[in-house]
Write a protein that binds this ligand. Structure first.
Ligand code: P6P
Length: 336
């Protein structure tokens, strides 16, 4: 295999560490551990379809082991993989109402880990791609004790690293530590993530728009005009296409690679939309921006929003720079 194909995730993380002479290696250790957790979750996700076929009750399997719902399995796997390294002062999961307290007598670290263990898990029965999303900050609270909720409510531009794992036809680990976006595909033959997407840059424009058109009637007038404009336009001589998986990680991953837009707007019923600022929009916006794209809530940059609670939701319009700029013109016209 040519050398590039031996660029494994661990090697890439450690080489990235050399860009920071002051690095202590803690962030590298966190990313390495996330890579390990991703492999274990991928294994479980890939056999999920067998749960019924192999006669698992969904409660306890033939070995008398508890068969957990996959999102709870991913949630517990991430906590078990991450809570003993001494790197964190606090963690929080989309599956939990509140922050996760570290085990007693655990060394307290300087980092904060926020994660959505299995986003899109309602799609599992249909064998649709799903994903894990993670976001890493440095603590801001004072003292040496455990972190507090304020450590988890920082604006997204304060992230030191973020990324996702998409469990699809392949399992792909995508991350940025502030110096570009890199994707690694899991080779199940020897259980390692190999560099497959080097320094991803999102195209300035794309032919795909991604939105749940089932909500059309509750959209704003400006958004309706924008979508109608796309449907009447062409890009590079071809009509625009609507692609919507209904799994944010999959829709964002496609947008990152092919360009275009992913949109989950607010509407009359839910002005702040559905997606969570802390667990979904901040980490995925960090990736989109690191790849040269744009992510807004319709007015402001997502990464400049300060969360007021862990489960706060926000509208999100993310993707190619030129596409989002055109969208914003339509949204602003409505306000004139
Ligand atoms: P809707 C999955 O349930 C999720 O949280 C995101 O992954 C996805 O983008 C969104 O909800 C889909 O929501 O309302 O279009 O089904």
């Amino acid at each position: 295999m040519p050398l590039k194909q031996f660029m494994t995730l661990p090697r890439h993380i450690l080489e990235g560490e050399k860009l920071h002479p002051e690095a202590t290696g803690e962030l590298s250790a966190i990313l390495l551990q996330l890579g390990l957790a991703a492999k274990v979750i991928s294994l479980e996700v890939n056999k999920a379809g067998l749960v019924e076929i192999l006669g698992f009750t969904g409660k306890t399997n033939v070995h008398g082991e508890d068969v957990k719902k996959l999102d709870m399995f991913a949630h517990e796997m991430l906590i078990r993989a991450m809570d003993h390294g001494g790197h964190f002062c606090v963690m929080a999961s989309e599956e939990d109402e509140n922050i996760i307290h570290l085990p007693p007598h655990q060394k307290i670290g300087k980092y904060v880990l926020l994660f959505d263990p299995l986003d899109g898990s309602s799609n599992i029965e249909a064998n649709v791609s799903i994903g894990t999303i993670f976001s890493i900050y440095k603590r801001i609270s004072k003292g040496d004790g455990p972190g507090v909720i304020e450590d988890c409510l920082q604006p997204g531009f304060k992230q030191v690293a973020a990324g996702y794992i998409v469990y699809g036809p392949s399992t792909i680990f995508v991350y940025s530590a502030g110096h570009g976006v890199y994707g690694f595909t899991l080779d199940p033959a020897f259980g390692e993530f190999l560099l497959s997407h080097d320094n991803i840059k999102i195209p300035a424009r794309g032919r795909i728009y991604s939105i749940n058109e089932g909500n059309y009637n509750s959209w704003s007038r400006g958004l309706k005009k924008y979508i109608k404009h796309l449907q009447a336009s062409k890009f590079e001589g071809k009509p625009y296409q609507l692609r919507y998986v209904g799994s944010m990680v999959a829709d964002i991953h496609r947008t990152l690679l092919y360009g275009g837009t992913f949109m989950y707007p607010g509407d009359k019923r839910n002005p702040k939309g559905k997606l969570r600022l802390v667990y979904e929009c901040n980490p995925l916006s960090f990736i989109i921006e690191a790849a040269g794209g744009v992510a807004i809530d319709g007015e402001r940059r997502i990464l400049e929003l300060t969360p007021s609670s862990l489960h706060e939701r926000t509208p999100i319009f993310a993707g190619s720079k030129d596409d989002i700029e055109l969208l914003k013109k339509f949204l602003d016209e409505e306000k004139e």
